[in-house]
Design a protein around this ligand. Structure first.
Ligand code: KIV
Ligand code: ZN
Length: 530
């Protein structure tokens, strides 16, 4: 990788920093599905996880390295603290990738040195240098992050950066760990680094930032103007606390306003060449996939990927857009892959038409998943006359969701209405294949269903979020249910789509419970082998 690339490098950390946010926990299969989609999206680097953190994290990084880290695929990176065991685990996990990177970090702010690390500046300088040199003994591509750079003394930061570059760091990443800086401060920090680190031309300057004050994207764009060439971001902006800088916002800002940014990259103002390698048409699909698999819903007014991002409600706006789109639209919905919501299939459509349309929508599925999705499609087509692209996507996302097949929902029935107690009966098949039926009364139909399911599954948990969204307009629309439940300190999400929202609610709950139950079984297995 050149240290002064002519375009912006996109480093995606959805599977590392994004997955760190409460409730976004993904299993290995789900991480792999997202990594494959990130590769299709065209990200340059995938930070696949923190290999040393757990056996599961190690396996996920290693599997992604093996499957997605191909010759033409992205660089696969693992995070590591500036400690030998961490770095060794990262090196081992990324080994199967054709291009692998170790990303090691150590805090440099006085607050972190005094209260967290309890180390002097001298000690931090020598650990950083030593650990970068150690990482370099495994691979050429090394990234170093001085954690909390945004609140570090710039003079000390310059010294650290000079030493780690001399020790072999090829990328130096500047994190605004607590989302504290403002755009002009952050831009100034990058400018200072360029001017005061003597060997800075031997490394790429990267930025990483959190959105505590809602400034992460603005900070990054200012950093680009001052010499940053790698942006660390996540899909839908998920991540620690208020999240990370959102990939889709950065990429579309650089795309829509390329004439503004071109001169900062030494290009002609009018150059039409893309500023990133991202296939913008894959943005919407990637956003939906990450939202579905993490259970982290996207707010309707979210820039670029929110459901309202391209909707014009006021009469004045609608009138303007009908006369000429340029009046109120700065980008085309199709540029992020938001297709017209076409009516594509009906109950007479066959397997071939179904497969072909899914392929056109960019879904690559195994024959097994395709068969299961086709059965679901036929069930829905019997109830709903016209199946649109968005309906298809909702159904297929149910199949892509990787939940362990432990409890199976066989039947759900409710009786409710005014002047009656909502009552539910459910039948589930347990992992041993036995059919179990139970019933419960609740405050409403969903509550009754969940109570009945709890009586069968018998794993205590706390339902912390329940949401229903309609996929399309109309009385026969498919409803998508997303739920999150808590067990001890972990959150498990589940999702399902159905024309009957009670069935979708039951299935989403069973999906989340299966994840929880699977995690408990794994824990038991580990305890037995330990
Ligand atoms: O926010 C942060 O500082 C990080 C580092 C590990 C880069 O995530
Ligand atoms: Zn971070």
């Amino acid at each position: 990788m050149k240290t002064n690339p002519e375009r912006i490098i996109i480093f995606d950390t959805t599977l590392r920093d994004g997955e760190q946010c409460p409730g976004a926990t993904l299993n290995i299969e789900e991480k792999l599905t997202i990594a494959k989609q990130l590769a299709r999206l065209g990200v340059d680097i995938i930070e696949a996880g923190f290999a040393f953190a757990s056996a599961g994290d190690f396996e996920a990084v290693s599997k992604i390295a093996q499957t997605v880290g191909t010759e033409n695929g992205p660089v696969i990176c693992s995070l590591a603290r500036a400690k030998q065991d961490d770095i060794k685990a990262a090196a081992e996990a990324i080994k199967p990738a054709v291009k692998g990177r170790i990303h090691t970090f150590l805090a440099t702010s006085d607050i972190h040195l005094k209260y967290k690390l309890r180390k002097t500046r001298e000690e931090v300088l020598s650990i950083a240098e030593e650990m970068v040199a150690y990482a370099k003994s495994f691979t050429h591509d090394i990234e170093f992050s001085p954690e909390d750079a945004g609140r570090s003394d710039p003079e000390f930061l310059y010294q650290v950066l000079e030493r780690v570059i001399a020790a072999g760091a090829t990328t130096v990443n500047i994190p605004d760990t607590v989302g504290y800086t403002t755009p002009s401060e952050f831009g100034g920090l990058i400018k200072g680094i360029k001017a005061n680190v003597p060997n800075i031309d031997q490394a790429i300057i990267s930025v990483h930032g959190h959105n505590d004050l809602g400034l992460a994207v603005a900070n990054f764009l200012e950093a680009v103007k001052n010499g940053a060439r790698q942006l660390e971001c996540t899909i839908n902006g998920i991540g620690e606390r208020a999240g990370n800088a959102a990939l889709e916002e950065l990429v579309m800002a650089l795309h829509v306003r390329r004439q503004y940014f071109n001169p900062f990259l030494g290009r002609d103002v009018d150059s039409e060449a893309a500023l990133t390698n991202i296939d913008t048409k894959q943005i919407y699909k990637t956003s939906r996939l990450v939202s579905n698999l993490t259970g982290m819903l996207v707010q309707p007014n979210k820039a670029i990927v929110g459901t309202n991002a391209f909707a014009h409600e006021s009469g004045i706006h609608q009138d303007g857009v009908l006369k000429n789109k340029l009046t109120y639209e700065i980008m085309d919905a199709q540029s992020i892959g938001l297709t017209e919501n076409q009516i594509v299939l009906g109950k007479h459509s066959g397997r071939n038409a179904f497969r072909t349309r899914l392929k056109e929508l960019g879904f690559e599925m195994s024959d097994n998943d395709l068969n299961k999705a086709f059965v679901r499609f036929k069930e829905v087509a019997d109830k709903k006359k016209e199946i649109t692209d968005w309906d298809l996507e909702a159904l297929v996302n149910d199949e892509i969701q990787q939940t362990p097949d432990l409890f199976k929902l066989e039947l759900v029935q409710v009786s409710c209405g005014s002047n009656s107690s909502p009552t539910a009966t459910v039948t589930l098949r347990n992992p041993q294949g036995e059919e179990l039926t139970d019933a419960a009364i609740g405050t409403g139909p969903v509550d009754a269903v969940y109570k009945a399911i709890n009586r069968v599954v018998n794993v205590p948990n706390n339902l912390i979020e329940f949401s229903v969204q309609s996929v399309t307009a109309g009385i026969d629309a498919i409803g998508e249910v997303t739920i999150r439940l808590k067990y001890e300190d972990k959150i498990y999400s589940g999702r399902s789509a159905n024309t009957d929202i009670i069935v979708a609610s039951a299935q989403a709950y069973v999906n989340a419970l299966n994840k929880l139950y699977g995690a408990l079984l794994n824990k038991q297995k580990q305890q037995v082998t330990a």
